[in-house]
Ligand binder design. Sequence first.
Ligand code: SF4
Ligand code: SF4
Length: 101
Amino acid sequence: MKWKASEMTPDVKWKDITPGCNIFEGGTSCTVETGDWRTMKPVLDADKCRQCLLCAPVCPDMSIPVKNGKRGDFNYFFCKGCGICANACPFGAITMVKDEK
Ligand code: SF4
Ligand code: SF4
């Protein structure tokens, strides 16, 4: 039986997965493309961003990279468009827009 998210590929037969496809490990966003669920996406206005970093820790999907004390642009591979970051930003630097695919 498959227990790890990294083992859950399209080739795995249903008999080989856990009941309900439950995953019993943490940090699985690293291996699963959660971004393909998205209908809305956040867009950063770099001119308004003051690098306060309030948005980064509230993102549930590691989609706001921080390097050398500054946030980078969104990682859309993981971002599922929940809008939490946009609500957390006190400077209106993040706008949620429809994600046209
Ligand atoms: S919309 Fe949600 S998942 Fe995407 S960057 Fe913002 S907080 Fe993270
Ligand atoms: S919360 Fe807003 S101003 Fe602060 S780092 Fe994030 S986008 Fe920039």
